[in-house]
Design a protein around this ligand. Sequence first.
Ligand SMILES: [Zn+2]
Length: 466
Amino acid sequence: MQIEFFGAARTVTGSQYVVTVNGKRILLECGLFQGRREEAWKRNRNFPFDPATIDVLILSHAHIDHSGNLPNLVRQGFKGTIYATDATVDLCKVMLKDSAHLQEMDIFHVNKIRAVKGEPPFKPIYTLADVEECLGHFSACYYDKSFEVVPGVICTFRDAGHILGSAGVQLEIKENGKSTRFGFSGDIGRSNMPLTHDPNQMGNLDTLVMETTYGDRHHDPYGETEEVLARLVTEIAKNGGRMLIPAFSVGRTQLIVYILHKLFNENRIPDIPIFVDSPMANQTTEIFTKHLDELDRETTRLFLENHENPFRFGRLKYVETVNESKTINAMPYPHIIISASGMLEGGRVLHHLVECVSDRKTMLLFVGYCAEHTLGRKLIDGDKKVKIFGQEYDVKCRIEKIDAFSAHADRHELLQYVNTCPPERLKQIFLVHGEIEGMESFRNALRSKGYQNVIIPQDGERYVIE
Ligand SMILES: [Zn+2]
């Protein structure tokens, strides 16, 4: 067999890996590359291989950096089946449509500028119609139930504990009379987090391709996190203020709602209005509700056994229309608004931020990672003036940050992930989906545990696995 690495090689977006076995080509992931607009546009438009030569696709989870270029793959000639867990298929329906909408909007603005310069218009990388076509290729699978993807390759999805539906991909490969057990980790979640199960390791692998997003970092322990959130909400209620929580619509919003519900049931926070203001989060929450039986044991114990939906309670309201969204700004304090996007790069949250960034009674609470150069990062870094929709505002609101909600394993948890694979058997580990410093540091950690053959592939590199 051989494996080629395209995208998410020494970087964190655009995951695409081609595994060739018995002459058949399996593509693992088909993510969108995210970065500078022109580079991203070029990379996403042009595949480094001919999509028509790919026989089958296996998708670990629905995040756009893993799934976001699937409609383009189909548009450019891919004819095969896309295998994913049932929850991933449901999430992709929402997320790929949203992605197509963003692509169409983006190209609309680009073409306006091109028209002024007298240049011909560009077409979006894909449209809603391409998404519909692509969704017809999906085949929904169960965790831990094996199936044949191409002759000689049996696939099993193992719960990765990263987001709803996320999976590690285990392949039992028979080629030229030899058997190999191959694992692709997808994104690896964390143990003891609410909602998600602990990651299910794939034991006794011969070859592993694994993510290393936080290969050199340790997260704050989750232990006291809910208490910290309870304290901040109580302060807001007591001071008659507003809490604005920018949160990614898929996963993070549901996690925050779940914890607030738990705190409310346990009388650890006062009864104040809570608004979830993101159309995408509303649709995603519906999917979480459809898949309640796939959530962790704590969810069952705290909510499902009492016939409660963890994502609906008392004064929590899901805001639908733009008009409704505008009326929240006139609502009396105290209240909480959870809205996307998590890095303050777009979405309804910006309209709320305009209203309250200069208001001393507002607390802006970050619950997720903000990349460099984003508005979220500027506020976390303490900038005193920020631009929103081209206008400058003084930052007077209080800014707080909780780091412990990460959905990615840290260095310690990544090391634990490989411990069911003894070094005598695991002949090679390929590190992907990380920044080079973190990967090198993690490679050293693996070597000190006895894993000698740890490779950090470059974009476009091909390896033959004996
Ligand atoms: Zn992910």
